[in-house]
Write a protein that binds this ligand. Sequence first.
Ligand SMILES: [Fe+2]
Length: 199
Amino acid sequence: MLQPNERTTFNTLLAALAEAFALEGRDGGNLAATALRAAMGQPYRRAHATSDPDPLLESVCALREALPVAQLVLACRPFIDWAHWEGEGLAADVSARLYTAELVGPDGHIAAEGVRVGLLVSDAVTDYPVSSHSGEETHYVIAGVAEWTVGDMPYAPQAPGALIHHPAWVLHGRRTGSEPFLGAWRWSGDLDLSSFSVA
Ligand SMILES: [Fe+2]
């Protein structure tokens, strides 16, 4: 259970992410926005935390270009449960540098069907290899400039505020340089996380 003031802070984060994904203009973005707004009135539950992105989270939120929503993520830190992102073909040393938390979805702090919305933190100098999965996905860059590739497009930097879309099964990758990265992500369609594999 969250204290009322904690729940207010958490709901403010959900509302900010809803606003961002609604800007996508895609069915999946609208689905995520609707689920995030509905989640504001639904019970909160703890997840199984297996990792802790601090003090990395603090340093990424302090980056000069970080969006204001980064401060909401920091404020929610005590009640967001993180795990290392693992998947088929992902090297253990890369996985150790990636932290994910599902906020809304089948495994999230707020239960929902048909959509997953969460946060992702990546350490600096981390090459998240080209990979694919069943879920149709959009990432929202909150802090840190990372380089992304989608399909045949070469790696290109994406700054805070960018929305990067990955259709289902389309190969995509992300590498960080000197800066760590914080983003939000949403999945729709086939939500099977085990469909992930490195190309
Ligand atoms: Fe992805």
